[in-house]
Each structure stands twice: as structure tokens, then as C-alpha cells.
Design a protein around this ligand. Structure first.
Ligand code: FAD
Ligand code: SF4
Length: 565
């Protein structure tokens, strides 16, 4: 597989001779360039470590996206057969399997920056309710770290990426002294805040990786509200804008694009010696060698690569003697309800665009209530409040009628639209699982990804309580519900927060990684994406992924300096 480079040189007798050159061995290979891989490369290169990054995609050319194309022009272009470029990976290119009655909505971005090109930017610190949750209630294994281990990294990461938010500080959501100022609240958000607080449920400023002040040469957000299509001015954190260019500037980073990693290769001792990858366009198989491999291909793709890395030394996948890799997949359950706040009917139309997404956030409060009958808790986010362009067709589709009266009705109710989105923690279950199917190869001949995921009783009870809270707060706010179906949950996977499958823990029999994201069984493999999480929490994970990746690669840099790796 490892074709040695062959150069023809002169042998001194005027005859060409072949010289075999040993293939280059990099100090570190990083797989993936999203939040976790981007951070790993950024942090290692600034410590002077040479890194080869392999990414399944390439740099997105935002000038080709249709962000600023007017609606009528977009219609014209489509009519002429044009399609806008897409961030999201097409399942036709990379299909995955699920059991017939258990669909899972997997969203992947293959390209520089990964999902941080389009993420919602909600950036929340885990608290000890999260890190110590499993110890407190005894469900599955404890995390090997706690808040104080990660807190200094949260400080560093928040300053590096730029996060705005308020000065709140609670046991559910630890405060931060390094946040940028938050944007003001929209009218609907103020009314929701009042209603929640009347039920003793605190509402705080949202925390998002939107830069409300200029940072590192990038301008502050200009409140166009269009973050879902990527930011042309680089005013929200995306690994491709804010980590990769800085890492490249050190001269220590080489990026190989369209390099789809299939397996980690091992030597006779079972240690990693590099990776096998495929050219995404041609399918050509290649090899890259390194002393250390850092996996940051996102929870699902990293797990697939680890499980596909079978060898005599690792018959169950690399580092998987414990058989935990692939198990304990966690997502969050999500609910989505929407309606009108009648107090705002007929209000003057105004610009509610803001930083794209809600300006308020409801931290978990369930730990302050007794006898709820379920473990862990939920948070709530609020989308699309008020006069946003996308709300006009949304409201138009929901209301009945036609003609002038219908238009008047839509316009009157436009400022009053609100959406509430609770996200609940899902417990880690061994049966929620990623596997690979040897009988179904993908286009590169790699065993296909298979996902089997379902929520359990704990989550169903939590969801029931979530609907109680929504009904109660809806009454307090006077919401006229337009979309509210008790018991209806969003599809599994739609929170786009996959965690677990290669969890960290103190016990090598029950976990795959130690507290430094390093494999128990293979000391030169580190896993720095969400697959390393021991449990999910109700929070969006990326700030914690970034912080743990920085922490792990601080440790890795030290180990390299000491000559241990
Ligand atoms: C619409 C949307 C909204 C979101 N909102 C939020 C939010 O508000 N807050 C939050 O915390 N999180 C949010 N997320 C989730 C967040 O984007 C992810 O948690 C985060 O990007 C994960 O980082 P990662 O490095 O693990 O994976 P990714 O960012 O997905 O990066 C994975 C990288 O690995 C590469 N890769 C994959 N497979 C291979 C392979 N076989 N070989 C080589 N390279 C490979 C990909 O090209 C990509 O560069 C959202 C996601 C989406 C899509
Ligand atoms: S709202 Fe701000 S961060 Fe989002 S796309 Fe517009 S300028 Fe960029």
C-alpha cells in the first residue's frame, strides 16, 4: 500500500539508477478541519508542531453561494437549470443505513470548517451539573474531568472565537468574564422573558459566537441575520475563517483537501502509523504516515473510521478492546412549537434581524424542582421572533384566507410571531449505536455507516414535562399557538449534536479515551470531537468540543516536546 517514492538519479557511471526514498512521516496527522480538527491544528502549529491535515472536502467559495442573489433572480436561475452550491453532504454521495422503523436525520458538512460554516453559534459552558451528572444519578460512567479542568479553556476559547452574551452566572450555566456585549432583546423576546420569569424560570441573554465587536482584523457583525448561509464578513466563528488561516500562517500546516480518510493504519505493535485515504474525485487510494493521529472528523465519521480500522492487533476496530466504540450515541430530543403573541398584533413593522437567531436563552432549571420523575434536564431556545423576512411566507402558510383581508391579517400578525425550541438531554444507552456494515461497501469500498438510535422512557417522561412547561408558559404569555402538537418530537438527529461513541473515562474497560482524549489502548491516537463526550448534556456542544480539543492538544504538544510521542 505504501508506494515508496522512486526518483531516478545518476549513479556516477552515466546510467540512471533508482533511489527509494522513505515516505515522509509527519509528527501529527489531523483528520477533519471543523471545530475540533481546526482547533487541534491551530493549537499544535502554534506550539511549533508540523501537522498534515486531511479533509474530506475543500474550501467553500462563498462568492459562489447565492447569499446576495435576489429572490426573482434565484427563480430565474433555477428555471435555467442552475442550482446554488450546497454546504451539506449529499446522502447520494455518502449513504448511511438505519433500521426500517428508526430513521435518523444525519447532517454532515464535508469541507474546510465542517459544520462551523453554518452552525447556529450557540456557545454554552458545561457546568458541573453536566460533568458530575452521571456521578450524581449513577447513570453510566462518570466523566474523568470536571468544570475546573475545562474552565481556563472556556476562557481562552471564548476570547479566541469571540462569543457575545450577558453577565449571568448560575449552577446550570457558569458565567464568563470575557464575553462581548449581547444584542438587545426583540419585543417578543421581552414578553417571553416576562412570562417565563412569572413561572420562576430564569431567562438570560443568548450566548453566541457572533462577534459584536471587531476581532483579529474581522469586522463586528452588521446584524443582517443571515448566518445560516455563512458569513461573508467573517463575523461569526468558523474554523475555516478563524483557525485554519492562522495555522497556515505559522508555516507548520499542510492541508490535503478532498482526502476521505478510510482507516487508521497500525504497526506491528498496534500503534498508529498513519492513515489510508481516498481522493474524493478519483477514488484513488493513498497513504499518509505520522507519529500521532488526531481524529476530528465529527462524532459520527470519526466513529466510522475507528470501527473500520480493523487489524490483527485491533480486530474490533482500533482501540476498541472494551467494545464501547460505536455505543452510547447521544443526540438531544428536540421539540418545536410556534405561535403569536397577541400583544404585538398591529405593531409597527421593524427590523428584527439581529445576530441571526434568538437573543435570549433558557438555561436548565429542572434540578431545582423535585420529583419530576426523570434524570437530567432541558434548555430552551427561541427562534424567528418578530419581523424577519422568512416569517412572511411562514405565517402566510399557517394562516387561512386569501385576497386583501388575508394580506392585512399576515401584516398585522407579522411582528407577533415566536418559536420555542426545547432541547433535552438524552441518556447514553449501549444500544444506541453506530456500526459498520461490511456487506455494503461505499464508493471507496469502505463498509457503510449504520446508525441505530432511539430515545427511552426517561426522555419520554422529560418530553411530557416539557409540554407541561410550554403549555403553562404559553398561558402566562398569552400565546395563540399555531403549531403545537403535544407529544410531537422533532426527528431523531435533527438537533445536529451527536455525542459519544468513543467516550472518555477513567476505566479502560468501560471507556475508550483517558481524560486527555487519548486512546487507552493506542497512546498515539487522540479523538477530539464530540465522540469523546461521556454524556450529552442538554447544551449545544461546540464550545466544549473546542475547549477539550485545545486542552487535549496542549497535552499532546507537551508529550511531543518530552519525546513521549
Ligand atoms: C445547522 C447547524 C446548526 C448548529 N448549531 C449549533 C449551535 O448553535 N451550537 C453548537 O454548539 N453546535 C451547533 N451545531 C453543531 C456544530 O456545528 C458541531 O458540534 C461542530 O461543528 C462539531 O465539530 P466537529 O469538528 O466535531 O465536526 P465538523 O465541524 O462537522 O467537522 C468535521 C470535519 O471532518 C471532515 N471529515 C468528515 N469525514 C471525514 C473523512 N472520512 N476523512 C477526512 N475528513 C473527514 C469534514 O470535511 C469536516 O471538515 C450546528 C450544526 C448545524 C449543521
Ligand atoms: S448576522 Fe452578523 S454574523 Fe450573521 S451573517 Fe450577518 S453579519 Fe455575519
Amino acid at each position: 500500500m505504501e508506494a515508496a517514492l522512486q526518483d531516478r538519479e545518476h549513479d556516477g557511471y552515466n546510467r540512471p539508477m533508482q533511489v527509494k526514498r522513505a515516505p515522509k512521516v509527519y509528527p501529527v496527522i489531523v483528520v477533519g478541519s471543523g471545530a475540533s480538527g481546526g482547533m487541534a491544528a491551530w493549537n499544535l502549529t502554534r506550539q511549533g508542531v508540523n501537522v498534515l491535515m486531511l479533509d474530506a472536502g475543500t474550501k467553500f467559495d462563498r462568492s459562489k453561494f447565492w447569499t446576495h442573489v435576489r429572490p426573482w433572480e434565484a427563480r430565474e436561475r433555477r428555471a435555467h437549470g442552475e442550482q446554488p452550491p450546497q454546504f451539506f453532504l449529499d446522502t447520494k454521495e455518502q449513504p448511511y443505513l438505519t433500521p426500517e422503523n428508526r430513521p435518523f436525520e444525519l447532517i454532515r458538512v464535508w469541507g474546510h470548517g465542517g459544520k462551523t460554516n453554518v452552525w447556529g453559534r450557540v456557545s454554552l459552558r458545561y457546568s458541573d451539573l453536566d460533568f458530575k451528572g452521571p456521578t450524581a444519578d449513577g447513570w453510566e460512567i462518570p466523566w474523568p474531568i470536571e468544570y475546573k479542568d475545562v474552565a481556563p479553556y472556556y476562557d481562552k476559547v471564548e476570547q479566541l472565537i469571540g462569543v457575545c452574551g450577558g453577565d449571568d452566572d448560575s449552577d446550570a450555566l457558569p458565567g464568563s468574564k470575557v464575553l462581548m456585549p449581547p444584542p438587545g432583546l426583540r419585543c417578543g423576546e421581552r414578553l417571553l422573558k416576562k412570562a417565563f420569569e412569572s413561572r420562576d424560570i430564569p431567562i438570560v441573554h443568548g450566548r453566541r459566537a457572533n462577534r459584536t465587536l471587531p476581532l483579529n482584523g474581522y469586522p463586528a457583525c452588521h446584524y443582517c441575520g443571515n448566518c445560516g448561509s455563512g458569513c461573508d464578513t467573517g463575523s461569526f466563528f468558523c474554523s475555516a475563517d478563524h483557525l485554519l488561516p492562522a495555522a497556515l500562517k505559522t508555516g507548520k500546516l499542510e492541508i490535503r483537501s478532498n482526502a476521505v480518510v478510510g482507516r487508521i493504519l497500525v504497526d506491528e505493535n498496534g500503534l498508529a502509523r498513519g492513515v489510508q485515504y481516498f481522493d474524493r474525485a478519483t477514488g484513488k487510494e493513498q497513504t499518509a504516515l505520522a507519529k500521532v493521529v488526531v481524529m476530528g472528523a465529527s462524532a459520527v465519521d470519526t466513529t466510522r473510521i475507528l470501527l473500520n480500522s480493523k487489524s490483527d492487533k485491533h480486530p474490533n476496530g482500533i482501540g476498541n478492546g472494551s467494545d464501547v466504540i460505536g455505543r452510547y450515541l447521544c443526540e438531544q430530543l428536540r421539540v418545536h412549537v410556534a405561535g403569536f403573541l397577541p400583544q404585538l398584533y398591529g405593531n409597527e413593522l421593524q427590523n428584527d434581524l439581529g445576530i441571526g437567531g434568538e437573543h435570549i436563552y433558557m438555561p436548565r432549571f429542572t434540578h431545582r424542582r423535585e420529583n419530576l420523575g426523570f434524570l437530567r434536564g432541558f434548555q430552551m431556545q427561541f427562534w424567528n421572533s418578530g419581523c424577519l423576512p422568512g416569517n412572511l411566507p411562514r405565517i402566510g402558510n399557517e394562516l387561512e384566507g386569501f385576497g386583501a383581508d388575508f394580506k392585512k391579517d399576515v401584516k398585522r400578525k407579522y411582528p407577533a410571531w415566536v418559536e420555542l425550541h426545547p432541547f433535552g438531554e438524552t441518556l447514553p444507552y449501549a444500544h444506541n449505536r453506530i456500526t459498520v456494515d461490511d456487506s455494503k461497501p461505499d464508493r471507496y469500498g469502505l463498509p457503510m455507516l449504520s446508525i441505530d438510535y432511539q430515545i427511552g422512557d426517561n426522555e419520554r417522561k422529560m418530553a411530557d414535562y416539557i409540554f407541561d412547561v410550554l403549555e403553562d408558559v404559553g398561558k402566562a404569555a398569552g400565546i395563540e399557538w399555531v403549531h403545537f402538537k403535544r407529544g410531537e418530537l422533532d426527528n431523531n438527529g435533527s438537533a445536529i449534536h451527536e455525542h459519544g461513541c468513543c467516550r472518555m473515562g477513567a476505566d479502560p474497560k468501560r471507556s475508550a479515551l483517558n481524560k486527555w482524549n487519548q486512546m487507552h489502548e493506542v497512546k498515539n491516537v487522540f479523538v477530539v470531537d464530540g465522540s469523546a463526550f461521556t454524556s450529552a448534556s442538554e447544551k449545544n456542544p461546540t464550545l466544549t468540543i473546542l475547549s477539550l480539543s485545545m486542552r487535549a492538544t496542549d497535552y499532546l504538544g507537551d508529550e511531543i516536546k518530552k519525546g513521549n510521542l
